[in-house]
Design a protein around this ligand. Structure first.
Ligand code: HEC
Ligand code: HEC
Length: 317
């Protein structure tokens, strides 16, 4: 048995203005089943009365009878659009099954049982970390350099528990998220398999992923040497944007800054720890110190544009 479902498009309704569904149902012909819809359409009475263009409006709103078409297949339609759609439907939608009956491939996997990396990453991470692990608003966790310095335990911990005070939420069910341990493992393994191409650093060793906070005073000098050419003399922006903006620093952790300094955002032209100056890679101390300098710019009360607002109890005066 084949089924034809009559489609009524928006434009059909736009033309008819006040469609009134008189009857709908199914009609059988040998080998076919048609959905029929009988519509009654009225010109909007008010607009006809009030309109100074009454004659034209009448012409645009022909009576129901004149527009109705009786199809030999046994149902009423009220415009040529519908007739066209019907023919289209006849030629295209010789359906495979009864409406509403689930097909063999329509079984949904419950969200808690998905372990496919592409699905998990696409649904949970790509919005911030980019479709291919790079190019998103948050750091490129698919960058092979990132995967070279961050170990599985770190990636698993951050994914499970998030980073407090930043947009990186906790994803583990044990921390209030939606993902099971198996799903988080699938993400960590998948990131390695898909993006973790081994990198050749030559004679260099990348700075360690984590370290104690460095010396902010020394960091100011490191900044001037390695960063000011792009981010401006004081960090407020030059060729590249400001990195001392209070709102930015308030939402990024020290480790987040450190990861950014080591890995960069090559997809946006931000160099990694080797790329700021030719043949002068940053030392591990340089990295720690410049992060300390940046962390020192973080405002105590973020989101307070005027110093006075902090002192005034109750806000603005
Ligand atoms: C709403 C945006 C958002 C989503 C969604 C998101 N992240 Fe993050 N993620 C961030 C931000 C922002 C940071 C940096 C936090 C910081 O400042 O340390 C981050 C940091 C990370 C880090 C640590 C980077 C480092 O410095 O070592 C990992 C690993 C990570 N995310 C993995 C994931 C995974 C896996 C998912 C999906 C399950 C995910 N993230 C989803 C925003 C997001
Ligand atoms: C060759 C130019 C260049 C140099 C040198 C450079 N950066 Fe950047 N940096 C960029 C660009 C481009 C971006 C991304 C786009 C933007 O923010 O304008 C960026 C982004 C950043 C970000 C923000 C990343 C994010 O989360 O969006 C931080 C933090 C940063 N750089 C720190 C540094 C530090 C610290 C140094 C010095 C060690 C440095 N940069 C040197 C070009 C540079």
């Amino acid at each position: 048995m084949k089924h034809i479902v009559l489609l009524l498009t928006k434009s059909t309704f736009r033309k008819t203005k006040t469609p009134l569904l008189l009857k709908e149902g199914w009609r059988a012909a040998p080998g076919w089943l048609f959905k029929f819809v009988i519509l009654f359409t009225q010109p909007p009475a008010a607009s006809l009365e009030a309109s100074p263009y009454r004659a034209r409006a009448r012409r645009r709103q022909p009576s129901f009878k004149r527009r109705a078409v009786w199809l030999p297949t046994g149902f009423f339609v009220q415009s040529r659009t519908v007739l066209f759609l019907t023919v289209l439907a006849l030629s295209m939608t010789a359906c495979k099954g009864a409406p509403g009956r689930p097909g063999p491939d329509s079984q949904e996997i419950p969200p808690g049982e998905i372990t496919d990396f592409n699905t998990l990453y696409g649904q949970n991470c790509s919005g911030c970390h980019g479709e291919d692990g790079r190019g998103g608003p948050a750091i490129g966790i698919g960058d092979p350099l990132y995967l070279a310095i961050a170990d599985d335990a770190t990636i698993r911990r951050v994914t499970a528990d998030g980073v407090a005070g930043t947009a990186m939420a906790a994803f583990a069910q044990t921390s209030g998220g939606m993902l099971s341990t198996a799903q988080i493992d699938a993400i960590v393994t998948g990131m390695r398999t898909r993006w973790g191409t081994p990198m050749d650093f030559g004679s260099l060793n990348p700075p360690p992923y984590s370290a104690h906070i460095g010396d902010a005073k020394r960091g100011a000098t490191v900044y001037a040497i390695y960063c000011s050419s792009c981010h401006g003399a004081d960090g407020r922006g030059g060729k590249a944007s400001s990195i001392v903006d209070g709102s930015y620093l308030a939402l990024v952790s020290d480790q987040g800054l450190r990861t950014t300094v080591i890995v960069g955002r090559p997809e946006f032209g931000a160099p990694d720890w080797r790329g700021d100056l030719p043949n002068k890679p940053m030392s591990p101390e340089d990295v720690s110190d410049v992060v300390a300098w940046l962390a020192e710019q973080r405002p105590e009360f973020p989101g307070q544009p005027y110093a006075s607002a902090q002192r005034t109890v109750g806000g603005l005066q």
